[in-house]
Write a protein that binds this ligand. Sequence first.
Ligand code: XMP
Ligand code: MG
Length: 180
Amino acid sequence: MNSDIKEVLYTREDIKNIAEKIGSQLTKDYAGKNPLVICVLKGAFLFMADVVREIKTYAEIDFMDVSSYGDGTESTGEIKIIKDLDVPVEGRNILIVEDIIDTGRTLNCLVALFEHRKVASVKICTLLDKPDRREKTVKPDYVGFKVPNEFVVGYGLDYQGFYRNLPYVGILKPEIYKNN
Ligand code: XMP
Ligand code: MG
């Protein structure tokens, strides 16, 4: 285990199992609907790869990179699109894949954006949910795990760009980020 990690919450095996479970549900829910599955970069890249390989029906995939406006520590609730989708979404069934829902600001904006773009439906699939921190209404449709109010990294999630490559989700030791 990486020495900056206080505790491992979910192993690669746990995540593989939940991705299989969610994937088989998605296969049923999206049969005949040709969903556009959108990975929110960068944090969701590993979970996205796991989930889409478990979807056994036609699905198109695309990537979006967004960041929140703000001073770097607290977002303002507006998002900036760093990379938009490559295809139009009007009339499509959209599934957003995220790494974690925290305050809900990012996804609240994204859902509003897709509704503005006149999609047929928009649903949310997230590896992790931190419901205690919610400020904006976001109701994820597919959730891997609910996490306590601690800063977690690994399996795509980062602190200052690092730890994304850890093959598990763990709690980062507070002394790593408290002095920054
Ligand atoms: P909101 O607050 O808009 O934010 O729901 C979601 C984004 O905030 C980041 N985030 C975290 N990243 N460990 C991380 O590595 C965490 O515990 C954590 N909590 C929030 C993340 O980028 C997510 O997409
Ligand atoms: Mg993110």
